[in-house]
Design a protein around this ligand. Structure first.
Ligand code: GLV
Ligand code: MN
Ligand code: MN
Length: 413
């Protein structure tokens, strides 16, 4: 095999072009699952995969698979992948670097004349982001068999549309029970991603290799109070749903800052009220709360504290409520041997490397249930992510792609 040369300019052109596929005005990227932008994005990726000679398949929840067949087709493949959906007001690198970067890694190997023995498969996961249904990693949860078909069928978006509706919209073939991966489908899974945190940049490091992914959880709260005229409804006896919601957001902050662990993080990322008129007392409030920690013990302690606070606040304010745990996941422990392999490959290329924790979640959280898994992190500007000024340089991305390509070469040979 000739030396591997990543075409960083071609990849950067593709990342820039892909960022124009958005529901919002550039530079803002928004690509919600099965929106028109998401469907266009899927087509863009499919074209690049076809150009690279990869064999495409889509499963019943819209996960896309692009396979470079190895000479020993019967062997479990080496998998990689990430997502192309983007939360509202996102940037252009989250997920996309792991998808377009993986295609570039494959093209790099092809140009060098590498012929894999094991197949190499890129997975573009459905709805890593929770925007549509409130739950993240929908595609990988189903691949890993972690989400029951009943719970999947019960998912609704904010307009009441279910997964079945959106699956049809997305042209996903077959029944949902065909999504779960067979045992031994993959020999390994390695996801390339921007760090989404400040560590690599601050320590001037090229590459992070992920040893553990923090444990996420999400709560959905619906509050019903009593509305009325803002002028004529006197303050005593009001049952204002927003005020209960506002107290809940403070209870989330209180819980997340008092576990004794700096790793507990709590965020109320969604708070919507009805009727949403300045001269009307809010009679409904809808909240989604994101709570995470590297340790389940402190995450769960905070979760219980928040749930207790919700009951107390709503009882005191005479607010009816429903409280639903959308997901409460354990952390993922990455495969120690695979971590060593990838870290060794990166150091062998003279890149500076750190083994680290991922505080963000990824489809790797659930792929780790299926096969040995790790992630390759690259630095990003000030750790910014989930915002339009998210940035990694072409040179930083190039190093990540190089490590991914060398990893394929080593694992698939
Ligand atoms: C992924 O997008 C996350 O929220 O960690
Ligand atoms: Mn994200
Ligand atoms: Mn991501």
């Amino acid at each position: 095999m000739k030396p591997l040369v990543v075409d960083k300019d071609r990849l950067q052109c593709e990342i820039d072009e892909f960022a124009l596929i958005t529901e919002a005005a550039p530079p803002v990227v928004t690509r919600v699952l099965f929106s028109e932008a998401d469907l266009r994005g899927r087509n863009y990726v499919k074209e690049r995969c076809t150009d690279a000679g990869l064999t495409l398949r889509t499963d019943a929840v819209g996960n896309m698979f692009a396979r470079w067949h190895g000479t020993s087709r019967q062997l479990p493949a080496i998998a990689t992948g990430s997502h192309i959906d983007a939360i509202p007001n996102a940037g252009k690198y989250d997920g996309v670097v792991g998808v377009l970067g993986a295609i570039e890694a494959i093209r790099t190997l092809q140009t060098a004349g590498f012929q894999p023995r094991r197949s190499i498969e890129l997975i573009i996961f459905t709805s890593e982001e929770p925007t549509r249904f409130g739950i993240g990693c929908l595609g990988s949860r189903l691949l890993g068999g972690v989400l029951s078909l009943e719970r999947a069928a019960a998912l609704r978006d904010r307009y009441g549309k279910d997964l079945e509706f959106w699956r049809k919209q997305g042209g996903c073939p077959g029944p949902l029970d065909s999504v779960k991966l067979a045992k031994d489908s993959y020999a390994a899974f390695v996801e390339l991603h921007i760090e989404q945190g400040p560590v690599l940049e601050a320590e001037k490091l090229d590459i992070g290799v992920v040893e553990k992914i923090a444990a996420p959880s999400t709560l959905r709260i619906q509050l019903t109070g009593v509305g009325g005229h803002a002028g004529a409804t006197l303050m005593p006896g009001r049952r204002d749903a927003l005020l209960a919601g506002a107290e809940i957001t403070l209870a989330v902050e209180q819980a997340a800052t008092t576990t004794g662990s700096p790793d507990t993080v709590g965020t109320t990322g969604i708070l919507r009220i009805e009727p949403g008129a300045v001269n009307s007392v809010p009679y409904k409030a809808y909240l989604e709360i994101d709570l995470r920690d590297t340790s389940v013990k402190t995450r769960d302690a905070a979760l219980h504290q928040i749930e207790a606070a919700i009951i107390e606040i709503c009882t005191r304010r005479k607010i009816e409520f429903t409280m639903e745990r959308l997901n409460v996941d354990p952390p993922a422990i990455c495969d120690a041997k695979l971590v060593e392999t990838v870290a060794g490959i990166a150091s062998g290329l003279d890149f500076s490397v750190k083994k680290m924790i991922s505080r963000a979640y990824h489809d790797s959280l659930f792929m780790a249930q299926v096969c040995p898994t790790t992630m390759i992190f690259i630095p990003c500007f000030k750790g910014y992510s989930h915002r339009p000024d998210e940035f990694s340089s072409p040179e930083q991305i190039e190093k990540g792609v190089r490590v991914l390509a060398e990893t394929f070469a080593q694992l698939a040979k």
